[in-house]
Design a protein around this ligand. Structure first.
Ligand code: ADP
Ligand code: MG
Length: 486
């Protein structure tokens, strides 16, 4: 059992957590799923509302071909079956922000069927099954807190295209759920089918959690709705698992219910008991024809797919000898992957990966910058690595040069030249420095055979007197010779 699959300890023994996610991802589309109104974020209240979105009598939906294409693309990116025939259903419920009185969704026959994704957790790979992906329209928004007496409805989101991606209950810890959500976001962003912008609500997860004794059948689950950050997914799972274990251990029973997450406390609370499919009185939408896809069109979309993160990850491992961990980090964003490939071109892949993930990502992180805003380009960082490889500078000096590059954006060779940072490999110059130090420190010279630490002190002195520029290997060898130590 891997680290991330660790069991949770209760008062009466071990428990296993079981998690499945339903993720709503907003399709990156200029217009809505069934109308021409803008789907752009940030407009004033009710500015992006067509007669269709407001459900005016007699208005008919027209399917947006671009949104269908994005759903197919996403399905292919999830290694899933594309259903040539699918259809739209009405999911009926009443709420002020749903003017039609029903949501157009897909129920029995979704556009995308079963698939799977690879997820990396703690340097290990797990596979999470995808049950389905379907297209549906978003509802509007009710605003209750502007006045004590009135509620407001904003229909800007009404009719915006969502892809609901339903996973199998294949995750076994909060970390696995968080890693899956992250991976899904990575795939969607590679494909360009959803911008993954969680603050703007482009990706929200309903988190299903149950607990069981290892080896037992699945327990009853709760569903915590509308979680819009990776950290909250983790918190919701942790809280729910603990709560359920306590309830069961006290002799209680878990109710299958829908719960709300409180971002301030990290707790979940009951919202309503879970509704069943029959509560929604699903039926095929008579205003829309079934969706039939031309296999040639699907093939064309498949051919146009970019290299996806998993393929990149595996290629980075085999071509550059990277570990799963580094390969996963570097393939997580396209910009990072592109940077790495430019850097690694014609160089040692592992060395390139080390400089990138520890030095550059570290510095960017500290400065609160994204890779796109890096003051050091891949070509420049590559030159720095070359300067170490051809022994122009030592690894130690390279870190200083890196810091100056990050600060000023200057080329490394220019910095090395201007500041006289070239490594001294000229043995004459090093020898002169050693002789001076030996002459000035007779006591240390006398001690060096008994106290091996003193040798290190000599190395330090020589490096100091040469401003850190002496080639450390040459210093070591010459010192050994002059001091007569092995
Ligand atoms: P519904 O459509 O009624 O919400 P589904 O069977 O489609 O129910 O499942 C919804 C989500 O709940 C899926 O992501 C699935 O993986 C997850 N799920 C199902 N059973 C469990 C369980 N026992 N524990 C945790 N998650 C579960
Ligand atoms: Mg559901």
């Amino acid at each position: 059992m891997t680290e991330s699959r660790k069991l949770l300890k209760g008062e009466t023994g071990d428990w296993e957590v079981v998690i499945g996610l339903e993720v709503h991802a907003q399709v990156s589309s200029k217009s809505k799923l069934f109308s021409g109104a803008s789907a752009q974020y940030g407009a004033g209240p009710n500015e992006n509302v067509s007669l269709v979105d407001a459900a005016m009598p007699g208005m008919l939906p027209v399917i947006n071909r671009y949104c269908v294409e994005q759903a197919v693309k996403t399905g292919l990116g999830l290694n899933a079956k594309i259903n040539q025939w699918s259809r739209f259903d009405r999911k009926n419920y009443f709420y002020p922000d749903l003017p039609q009185g029903y949501q157009i969704s897909q129920y029995k026959d979704p556009i995308v069927g079963e698939g799977e994704v690879e997820v990396e957790v703690d340097g290990q790979e797990i596979t999470v099954g995808i049950e389905r992906l379907h297209l549906e329209q978003d509802a509007g928004k009710s605003i209750h807190d502007l006045s004590p007496k009135e509620s407001y409805v904003d229909l800007n989101r009404s009719g915006v295209a969502l892809m609901e991606i339903v996973s199998r209950p294949d995750m076994r810890s909060a970390d696995e759920a968080a890693a899956y959500f992250t991976k899904l976001r990575t795939i969607l962003r590679y494909l360009g089918t959803c911008d993954g912008n969680m603050e703007e609500g482009s990706m929200r997860a309903d988190v299903n959690v149950s607990v069981r004794r290892p080896g037992e059948p699945y327990g009853t689950r709760t569903e915590t709705k509308n979680i819009n950050s990776i950290r909250y997914v983790k918190q919701a799972v942790e809280y729910e698992a603990r709560r359920q274990i306590e309830v069961i251990e006290r002799g209680g029973k878990i109710d299958q219910e829908t719960r709300l997450f409180n971002v301030a406390t990290g707790e979940t609370r009951t919202m309503r008991s879970k509704e069943d499919a029959h509560d929604y009185r699903y039926f095929p939408d008579p205003d829309l024809l079934p969706l039939e896809l031309d296999p040639a069109w699907v093939e064309e979309i498949r051919k146009g797919l970019p290299e996806l993160p998993d393929a990149k990850k595996h290629r980075f491992m085999s071509d550059y000898g990277l570990s799963l961990y580094d390969a996963a980090v570097l393939s997580q964003e396209r910009a990072k992957a592109d940077y790495f490939e430019t850097l690694a071109e014609g160089r040692d892949g592992k060395l390139a990966s080390n400089w990138l993930t520890t030095e550059l990502f570290g510095a960017l992180n500290k400065a609160g910058k994204e890779i796109e805003q890096s003051p050091i380009s891949a070509v420049q960082l590559g030159k720095l690595i070359d300067l170490i490889a051809d022994k122009t500078i030592s690894g130690r000096i390279a870190k200083d040069v890196f810091a100056i590059m990050f600060e000023t954006g200057a080329d490394p060779d220019k910095i090395v030249e201007e500041r006289g940072l070239k490594q001294v490999t000229d043995t004459g110059a090093i020898e002169a420095a050693i002789d001076a130090i030996i002459a000035a420190n007779p006591e240390q010279v006398a001690q060096v055979k008994e106290k091996p630490k003193t040798f290190g002190w000599f190395v330090g002195q020589v490096m100091k007197s040469t401003g850190g520029k002496a080639n450390p290997q040459a210093v070591n060898e010459l010192l050994k010779k002059k001091l007569g130590v092995e």
